[in-house]
Each structure stands twice: as C-alpha cells, then as structure tokens.
Design a protein around this ligand. Structure first.
Ligand code: NAD
Ligand code: UD1
Length: 342
C-alpha cells in the first residue's frame, strides 16, 4: 500500500511543489492548510499536473484539539512534512506573538500527536536564516548558528531546538530539519508557483511583478557591500529541486537510513549570485525590460551567504540540478500565466 504523507501548508508555495513530487513518486498525500496564505484553487492545479487530487483538510494547526481530531480521522499517516508557518520577516517584527504562537504552537501540537498516534517521522522547513551572517563561507552544517535577526528567524531556531530536545527524549520520533537557502522559480508547467499577497518582500516575485507591469521599478537594496559588484549575495535554489529534497528526506526516514533521530541539512545549490547578477540574468534569459534603481541597504539584510552542500549531497544522495537560467525562466512563465500575459 502507498505510504501516506501529511503535508502541512501543502497549498503554499513550497508545499504545493512538494505535493506534486510526492504524488509523482507514488505517495498518497493529505494536505492540511488553513489557507491563511494560499488559495484553494492550488488543488485544481496540482490535479492538472499529476492527475490526482490530494485529500485536503482546512484548519489551523495551532489549534490543538483540531489537530488531534485530524489524526483520529486519518489513522494511517506514515510521515509528516511540516511547511505550515508564517514567514514574513518584517511582519514578524510587528506581530511577534502571532509568529511565536503559530510557528511554535503548530510544531508542538504535531510532535505531541506524533507520539500519541504513532507517526514516527517528520521533515521540518527550517531556513539558512539560522546562520545569520556567517564568519566563514560557504556554510556547512557545522557552522555555528547565530542570534536571530527577527522573531521569524527566532521561531526557526527555537523550532529546531524543540525537535532536537524532543527527539533526545523520545527514541521513537525521527525528525529532519531542512535549512533552505533562497527558494525561487516555479513548476515547469507554470500551473503552480509563488503567489505573494500584496507587495512582494522577496526579490524574484518583485522582479517578475515589475516585468509584468504591476510594479514600476525594482529597488536594489545596497551596492556598497563587500562583493564584486557591491550587491548582496545569496544561494538561489529552484523550488522543484527543493521539493525533491523533501521526498529524499522522507525516503531516508522510511527506509531507516537516518544516522540519528534528529538530523539537519543545508538545502542550497552551493553557488552564490549577487542581486545584480540575478537581475541581469533575468533580463537576458527572458528578453524583457526591467526598471531598477539602487537604493539604501535594507535593514536586517546580511551581506552574503551560500551553502556548502557536500554533507547533504553525500548523505541524502540529492543535488540541486536546475540552472539559474532555467529557474528564472520558470519564474517568468508562472508570472505570465498568472497575469494572462503572452
Ligand atoms: P507559504 O506561505 O506559501 O506556505 C505556508 C502555508 O502554510 C500557507 O499555505 C499557509 O496558508 C499555511 N499555514 C500557515 N500557518 C498555518 C496554520 N497554523 N495551520 C494551517 N496552515 C497554515 O510559504 P512557503 O514559502 O511555501 O514556506 C513554507 C515553509 O518554508 C515555511 O515554514 C517557511 O518559513 C519555510 N521557509 C520558506 C522560505 C522561502 O523563501 N519561501 C525560506 C526558508 C524557509
Ligand atoms: C528573506 C529573509 C529570510 C527568509 C527568506 C524567505 C531577511 C533578512 N531574510 O531572505 O529569513 O527565509 O526571505 O522568506 O529578510 N532584494 C532587493 N530588492 C527587493 C527584494 C530583495 O534588492 O525588492 C535583495 C535583498 O536585499 C537580498 C536579496 O535581494 O540581498 C534576496 O532578498 P529576499 O528575496 O528578500 O531574501 P532574503 O533577504 O535572503
């Protein structure tokens, strides 16, 4: 019988791509999402891609009784991939309690249910934000974490610690935290992708919306960093590659290959690109015009970060495969599809 995977936040950006990859590998997927940052229509598009409509339950995972009732209704879940969380850095500074309650409360409810309903495995969405501005680049999994720059970043660090401590106390629970670098792009079908609410905070959605005419001009935050062209450097990972890393992590746990019952891995490409390199690549690959100007640095931004992926590549047998060009083309194809542009 197919293994059944609960994907929390499965109608969201990374979750929806992961549902597709799971279904294509023969897993039976159940999504839980409260639609606080995604749309129910995503289910139609997942179905268009894979031919399978995933089971869907709408509720808030920070509600303990509702979470408990879910596991009573679905007694055969084999593993969980936990994406559901609030993720806007700026908003987390304005509303810290909402972020702590949602992000930590949901994780703790799931961990308690894993114990109660004998669901041994969980993959958790962490972030390279836990490294802050590292002293040495690229960052390996051995690189020390730094004090978080925002309540959002702090929820990721605390959630990692909660999993570490809970796994230490309970041998039958097995968790893997994946520390994502900067996920970008969309499914090659252009049927699912990132759909930010309001003005995008992240670079690539801002670029695609500017190219589509929704925004007048992209602001590049700072050109006086200590990098070749002065703009900040990140490790941009294709969202489909990232989705596949989750399937590999699930396989690792289900086949008993984990080396400890709490593990964490960097999920990036191993290459850093500057904002200016990315903007120029977008213009060139997609043959579009893009207005941009240089403005002051954005508060809280780090100068440069990219992953050393050696450990993850070797242990998981997974590697990011898509090129930056392919990824930027997929981001533009998705934006055009959403806006009905040719
Ligand atoms: P997203 O907002 O598109 O998806 C998250 C989904 O979770 C949304 O559909 C939202 O409606 C749902 N959700 C939130 N709180 C919920 C709750 N209490 N109960 C039920 N559903 C809830 O975000 P994403 O970009 O797909 O990110 C997924 C995960 O990856 C998040 O944990 C995020 O912090 C983490 N992450 C994202 C990035 C990134 O750049 N996108 C980078 C690092 C880590
Ligand atoms: C941010 C968060 C990170 C989170 C991630 C995904 C911060 C400090 N970090 O990462 O914790 O996991 O989003 O939500 O907020 N840029 C511009 N112009 C723009 C937008 C961005 O120049 O309009 C630049 C930024 O300064 C940065 C790069 O583009 O150098 C990438 O920015 P962004 O996409 O927001 O991601 P991060 O800041 O790396």
């Amino acid at each position: 019988m197919a293994k059944q995977i609960l994907v929390t936040g499965g109608t969201g950006y990374i979750g929806s791509h992961t549902v597709v990859e799971l279904q294509e590998k023969g897993f039976d997927v159940v999504i839980v999402d409260n639609l606080s940052n995604s749309k129910i229509e995503v289910l139609d598009n997942i179905e268009k891609i894979t031919g399978i409509r995933p089971a869907f339950e709408k509720f808030d995972l920070s509600e303990r009784e509702l979470t408990d009732a879910f596991f009573q209704k679905y007694p055969n879940i084999d593993a969980i991939i936990h994406f559901a969380a609030f993720k806007a850095v700026g908003e987390s500074v304005q509303k810290p309690l909402e972020y702590y309650r949602n992000n930590m409360g949901s994780l703790m409810n799931l961990l308690e249910c894993m114990n109660k309903y004998k669901v041994p495995h969980m993959v958790f969405s962490s972030s390279c934000t836990v490294y802050g501005q590292p002293d040495v680049l690229p960052v390996t999994e051995e690189t020390p974490r730094k004090e978080a720059e925002s309540p959002y970043g702090n929820t990721k660090a605390i959630c990692e610690d909660i999993m570490r401590d809970y796994c230490a106390s309970n041998e039958s629970v097995n968790c893997i935290a994946l520390r994502y670098f900067n996920p970008i792009g969309a499914h090659p079908s252009a049927l699912i992708g990132e759909l930010p609410v309001g003005v995008p905070n992240n670079l690539v959605p801002f670029i695609t919306q500017t190219a589509a005419g929704l925004r007048e001009e992209l602001s590049i935050f700072g050109d006086d960093y200590d990098t070749e062209d002065g703009t900040a450097i990140r490790d941009y990972i294709n969202v489909v590659d990232l989705a596949k890393a989750h399937v590999v992590a699930i396989d690792r746990m289900l086949s008993g290959k984990s080396k400890a019952n709490y593990e964490y891995f960097n999920v990036g490409t191993g290459s850093g690109y500057s904002v200016m390199q990315l903007v120029k690549a977008f213009i060139e690959v997609n043959k579009v015009e893009l207005n941009y100007k240089i403005v002051d640095r954005r508060a809280g931004d780090i100068e440069k970060i990219w992953a050393d992926t050696t450990y993850g590549n070797n242990e998981l047998g997974w590697k990011a495969e898509k090129t930056l060009e392919e990824t930027l083309a997929s981001a533009w194809a998705w934006e055009k599809n959403v806006r009905g542009l040719k």
